[in-house]
Design a protein around this ligand. Structure first.
Ligand code: NDP
Ligand code: MN
Length: 377
């Protein structure tokens, strides 16, 4: 990883290790308007790399985005992502496609990998320059794509999808409007707190998760207010969160949020997460074992709540989340975001996000998800 202001100019040097024909992936406006796409192309071309640009990735990207992206440069040797989780995940899935198929795959062929029917083996190298702090996608093995016709938003991955290099340059993060900084910062907090309570948690996750949450408690509000210094700190938290996603994964919160965006592709991921986070935590505290309670108590403490006994005071985590969500302007209920019913959302979660449900600290049946969603509606 290269980490620091101005270091985007080193991308060419980094990328040249992986080939001389790059497919650059971004969204439609932000990176062009701020001049960062030009900076990137200059750096790549300066290192002798020829470039093709795909700049049509949707927020909550689709499998069709991936197919169109591959079509832009079917012979590319590496993929460079410039943007938030959306273009990064398109880039990673395009890298999988370039490494796996001869020529341009169909939507159905890509979906076989995204849906988990086939396992990820080969991908061409990816280099990621995140523009949000955020998804942790620049350092984790996951990609998230949506198949609109099936109302399915899935996460999938494999070692081959871990970007070979990441260049984190806070100059790019300074351009985020307040609401984007708030939403994406909340996503990073979710990766951290979910990994901390996940069945798959371990000591390495714990260290990164606790440190990351501490940083977020001190910086997320200020980052949403536009502080450059806080945004640099949020980039650290986002990266630690990406490590946590890699070592432990997420839980039911992410499952439910994906179902909301599957029904409402215009609802941003971080906003969907904010609508269910407190109620998933409440359910897990009420039904979890002592260790789960203790961990939620520690999360409340890390988020600045006075906690005397982590196990007994675990329910404070609900208030801690609610306060933060209110402070950064993300307070919307599930019913504010979608007309889909709790039953529909629960079924969609079970169908598409079984992996994270199995990672939840408390076993969850579909009817339990309906209960959580009714509380969050
Ligand atoms: P997006 O990448 O969707 O970005 C949203 C929009 O913000 C973009 O379309 C872009 O606008 C604008 N934008 C991005 N960066 C900047 C900036 N620096 N300045 C100004 N505007 C900017 O947001 P996220 O990063 O939240 O990514 C969300 C996606 O990532 C979801 O699909 C989510 O499910 C996924 N995700 C992936 C994970 C993983 O591990 N792979 C983990 C968690 C979430 P414009 O289009 O106008 O250019
Ligand atoms: Mn997320």
């Amino acid at each position: 990883m290269r980490f620091g202001r101005g270091r985007r100019d080193e991308t060419g040097e980094v990328a040249a290790r992986h080939g001389d024909d790059a497919l650059v992936v971004t969204t439609r406006n932000a990176m062009q308007e701020a001049g960062f796409l030009d900076d990137l192309l200059t750096s790549l071309e300066g290192a002798g790399i020829s470039t093709s640009v795909y700049d049509d990735a949707n927020p909550n990207p689709t499998v069709s985005n991936v197919v169109d992206c591959v079509e832009t440069a079917p012979d590319a040797e590496l993929v460079v992502a410039l943007g938030g989780g959306s273009p990064t995940d398109v880039a990673k899935t395009a890298a999988l496609s370039l490494g796996t198929f001869d020529g341009v795959p169909s939507v159905d062929e890509v979906w076989e990998y995204a849906s988990g029917e086939k396992s990820v083996e080969d991908a061409v190298p990816t280099v990621a320059l995140p523009s949000t702090s955020g998804t942790g996608s620049h350092v984790d093995p996951w990609a998230v794509v949506t198949r609109v016709d099936e109302r399915a938003k899935v996460g999938f991955g494999g070692d081959a999808l871990v970007p070979h290099d990441a260049v984190v340059d806070a100059d790019i993060l300074d351009e985020m409007p307040a609401s984007l900084a708030a939403r994406t910062g909340f996503d990073a907090l979710c990766h951290l707190n979910e990994a901390y309570v996940a069945r798959g948690s371990n000591s390495l996750t714990d260290a990164n998760a606790l440190r990351g949450m501490e940083i977020i408690n001190r910086n997320l509000r200020r980052s949403a207010d536009g502080s450059s210094e806080a945004r640099e700190s949020m980039a650290v938290a986002d990266t630690l969160a990406g490590f946590c996603e890699a070592t432990s994964g997420t839980v039911a919160t992410h499952g439910l949020a994906h179902a909301i965006s599957a029904y409402e592709p215009d609802v941003a991921h971080g906003q969907a997460l904010a609508s269910v986070t407190a109620e998933v935590a409440r359910y897990n505290v009420e039904n979890g074992d002592d260790e789960t309670k203790r961990r939620y108590g520690e999360i409340a403490e890390t988020l600045g709540f006075p906690v005397a006994d982590r196990k007994l005071d675990a329910p404070f985590v609900v208030e801690a989340f609610d306060e933060l969500i209110e402070d950064i302007g993300l307070n919307a209920s599930v019913g504010d975001l979608t007309d889909a019913t709790p039953e529909e959302l629960a079924e969609n979660t079970v169908e598409n996000m079984g992996l994270v449900l199995r990672n939840n600290p408390v076993e969850l049946e579909e009817e339990d998800l309906v209960g959580i969603l009714e509380e969050a509606y």
